[in-house]
Structures are given as C-alpha cells and as structure tokens.
Design a protein around this ligand. Structure first.
Ligand code: RIB
Length: 310
C-alpha cells in the first residue's frame, strides 16, 4: 500500500549562492553561481517523500506574495496535498539565503516570515490529514508549541511520529516523550546533549544519556562519516556511500523524508536508515535543495550499484 505521510513544518524559497570559499566578515567576494529553488526543512522532507511515491500532505504557512504562490505550485507539481498550507495576510513567505562553497559546505540564514505564524489551531484544523497518515514528520522551523500540538495529535491517533530537531535548540522532555523516531545530526545532538560529539565514540554515550527515556529509535547522521542507528540503545553503524559531493544543502532533509517512507513500508529500521542514507548521498551529488532529491528508481539503482541493499 502507498505510504501516507503528513509533514507539519516550514516552507521557504532558497536563494543559493555558490562561492569559492566562505567570505570573512566585511569581505566582498565574487560568487560563481546563483540558483533559486524551493526549500524549508518541512517542505523539503515532504517533497522527498513524494519523490519516493508516498502520498504526502503538508501543513504550513506562506505569505500572500509571489513566493507563496510559487511554493503552492511547487507542491502541486510534486503531487503534495497543500490544502493545509495556509496563506498569511501579514507576513511574507519564508526565505533562506544559502552560501555553498567549493567544498560543498553551506552556511544558511533563514528569515522565517509566515512560518513563525503557524499555530496549534492550524494543526487542529488539519487533524484529518494527520490522523489518516502512517507517519507524521516534524522539524523545528515553526513554533515549538505548534510542533508539540502535531506530535500530541499524532500520538493520540496512533500515528508514528518522527522529529528532526533542526535547527538545533534544547527541547523539553515532554516533547521528546511524544517522539517515536528522532533523526538528528551531530550539531543537533551536541545542543540536546550539552556535550561535544566530535568523535564516533562520543555519539553512543551522548544518545544514551540524553534520550535514555525518550524515543525508542534514534538516528544520528554524520555526513561523510555515515550514520549511527540506535534501536532501543543498540547501535548499528551505517557506513557512508562514497560520492563526489557538490552541494550538501538539504541532504539531512533527503534523509528524513525518505526515512519516513521506508519506515512506513516496514522494511526494518536499520534497512530504512541505510536506504535513507543512499537517498541523502545521491542528493549531495547535485546542486540545489529539492532539485537534488532522487526518485525511487534512482535510489534503487544506486543501492544495486553500490551493493547497499540490506
Ligand atoms: O535543510 C535545508 C533547508 O534549511 C533549506 O532548504 C532552507 O530553506 C532551510 O530551511
């Protein structure tokens, strides 16, 4: 059966500048390229799930402006149900200014705009699409009380909850208690755990100390070092795929959006994380955020080619 995914989160337009290196404070540099594309962690995860063939509903807010119209058209183009993407009359659509250097690394500044006006009441209005989903996906680019409401609603209706706590911020234990699957990178883990996790051996103790009584399933994504999947505290290392990275923007969203689909298909937690890792690896080989996301066929072909099917 086709998995149903609901995403409650942010929608942005990404303005991506390519630069040979990151500028210093006060410095002017000549950029080498410019790309406008659709972004926002919520929207990215929704589109990634739709690229893999899931039935996806998005709950969010955009401004009453050209970007807002384009964001809605983009959802329609990907077959994402955007009936619950509301139009805010007071605030502009969210925008992200992103610098990507020749090492494929990025720096991002987000102006949240209408995303910060998404309310718990907006989520309650969308209760139907949350309840009819197999998986709810949330991030932290909309107000925390809105994310908490979505998690509450999903938990009450028996919908599996996945939280990507990005951008990083400390989280109250009562919010973590509503999460079934947590997916975070090392920076986010450091913020939640309050300790540095620079080395592979730091990750396990930080996860155990921080989420001991929280989500049963945790994935820590480690970029070029792969990922570690924790199933009730038992760690499995997901080896990285060797790829030539050109732009890592949105790779985390490719991971989370595809993990939701693979979890809904019940391929098993570690296999789902391995497949999500393949989707994320493919995404870094192409420029842009959503335009870099692979299709189902591309992920399958890549897994076959790399011997990554588990
Ligand atoms: O995770 C990448 C995303 O972060 C970008 O699309 C940008 O809009 C910000 O939300």
């Amino acid at each position: 059966m086709t998995p149903r995914i609901c995403v409650v989160g942010s929608c942005n337009v990404d303005l991506i500048v390519r630069t040979p290196r990151m500028p210093r404070l006060g410095e002017t540099l000549a950029g080498s390229g410019f790309l406008t594309c659709h972004g926002g962690k919520g929207a990215n995860q929704a589109v990634m799930a739709a690229r893999l063939g899931a039935l996806v509903a998005m709950v969010g807010r955009v401004g009453n402006d050209l970007h807002g119209q384009q964001i809605k058209q983009n959802f329609a183009g990907h077959g994402v149900d955007a009936r619950h993407v509301l139009v805010d009359e007071d605030l502009p659509s969210g925008v992200a200014v992103i610098l990507v250097d020749d090492g494929a690394r990025n720096c991002i500044v987000v102006v949240a705009g209408a995303n910060r006006a998404l309310t718990p009441a907006d989520v309650r209005q969308a209760a139907g699409v949350v309840s009819s989903s197999a998986v709810l996906l949330c991030q932290l680019e909309v107000p925390l009380e809105t994310t908490a409401e979505a998690l509450h609603l999903a938990r009450a209706r028996g919908v599996r909850t996945v939280l990507n706590p990005a951008p990083a911020r400390p989280l109250p234990p009562e919010v973590l208690a509503l999460v079934d699957v947590l997916v975070l990178n090392e920076t986010e883990l450091e913020v939640l755990a309050g300790v540095p996790v620079g080395q592979t051996e730091d990750v396990g103790p930080a996860v155990a100390a921080t989420f001991g009584r929280g989500p049963a399933l945790v994935v820590v994504t480690r970029g070029e070092h792969g990922a570690v999947a924790f199933d009730r505290g038992i760690a499995t290392v997901i080896a990285p795929f060797a790829v030539e990275a050109v732009d890592t923007t949105g790779a985390g969203d490719a991971f989370v959006g595809s993990l939701a689909v693979f979890l809904a298909e019940e391929v098993g937690f570690v296999a789902a994380a391995r497949r999500a890792s393949a989707a994320a690896a493919l995404s870094v080989t192409r420029p842009g955020t959503q335009p870099s996301f692979p299709s189902w066929a591309e992920v399958e072909a890549f897994l076959q080619r790399t011997g990554g099917v588990v």
